[in-house]
Design a protein around this ligand. Structure first.
Ligand SMILES: O=C(O)CCC(=O)C(=O)O
Length: 289
């Protein structure tokens, strides 16, 4: 299974509209997609991970594409859903390249408020090679200690473990986002539901990049899963991003790691490595619950 992580760099919102940035990301997906099975983008690349003041304006309405995900649009005979601007070029690029695309996360805007009265969420979106949404995940652990995400966004409430479509169907995927990485119980819960590979888009700052690198390896080792950790590059809203995206195998071996600038990692992984690692070193069988 061949995987590409796109460690996208960006600056301030005013420098690049959502449409311009989405077109730039889609070009990268198109360039690498044709000879990969799964391509991954980082967290909140269209809105800016720390650009809190831009979130509302750069938020995306996913209602139509979510309806298509569960087949309602097809049943209605409505045809192609109306894509939000951050995702429209990416859906086209996934389709052209015939690749499964984890499109990172967007600031999702909902018409109805959630339980805490907010209309925004940090939502990851996965697109199939037909360009349709095949999975979504709302970030469960919000980062900001009372400001930022906890102030403006609803917390996700659902674990998402999913079998992606071909050509990325070799491993069961667990979805999570950035700050989630600090909460090992989330990954244990995903493991217990069958996860074999964790995909973690992020906008993790340079100031704590060693924690990012260490925790990504820790999650791989303790759950004997692959980890695809796709961070952001650049400086936005005054916060320098840490880069160091990585592909890590179930032994904790780093198969590839990016530097701090925009970069694309391209890695061939052996899906059989998960079962082999769990058989050769059956540590999970020794858990005491
Ligand atoms: O946990 C951290 O240090 C960074 C988390 C973060 O930036 C995020 O979740 O957006």
């Amino acid at each position: 299974m061949r995987i590409a992580l796109i460690q996208l760099a960006y600056g301030e919102g005013a420098e690049e509209s959502v449409e311009e940035r989405a077109a730039r990301a889609a070009d990268l997906v198109r360039n690498v997609g044709h000879d990969h099975d799964l391509v991954v983008l980082p967290e909140l690349w269209s809105a800016g991970g720390f650009a809190i003041d831009d979130w509302q304006e750069r938020s995306q309405d996913l209602e139509a594409v979510r309806a298509a995900e569960v087949g309602e649009a097809a049943e209605d005979g409505a045809g192609e859903p109306e894509w939000p601007p951050a995702l429209a070029p990416l859906a086209a690029a996934a389709r052209e390249a015939g690749v499964v695309l984890h499109a990172g996360s967007v600031v999702e805007r909902t018409a109805d408020p959630g339980e805490e009265g907010r209309h925004l969420s940090n939502t990851s979106v996965v697109l199939g090679p037909d360009g349709r949404v095949c999975a979504t995940y709302r970030k469960i652990h919000r980062f900001g200690f009372g400001s930022g995400e906890p102030r403006l966004m609803e917390a996700g409430a659902e674990l998402v473990i999913t079998d992606l479509p071909a050509p990325a169907d070799a491993l069961t995927v667990g979805l999570s986002t950035c700050y989630d990485l600090r909460f090992p119980e989330l990954y244990r819960a995903q493991l217990d539901l069958g996860a074999e590979i964790f995909v973690v888009p992020a906008a993790w700052p340079a100031a704590r990049v060693e924690a990012w690198r260490l925790l990504a390896r820790a999650r791989a080792i303790e759950d004997q899963c692959f980890v695809l950790a796709c961070n952001t590059a650049g400086t936005h809203a005054g916060v320098e991003m840490g880069g160091h995206s990585a592909v890590i195998d179930p032994w904790g071996t780093v198969l590839a790691e990016a530097g701090t600038e925009q970069e694309i990692l391209s890695v061939q992984i052996d899906p059989g490595a998960v079962v082999k690692a769990r058989e050769q070193f059956p540590v999970l069988a020794d858990r005491r619950l």
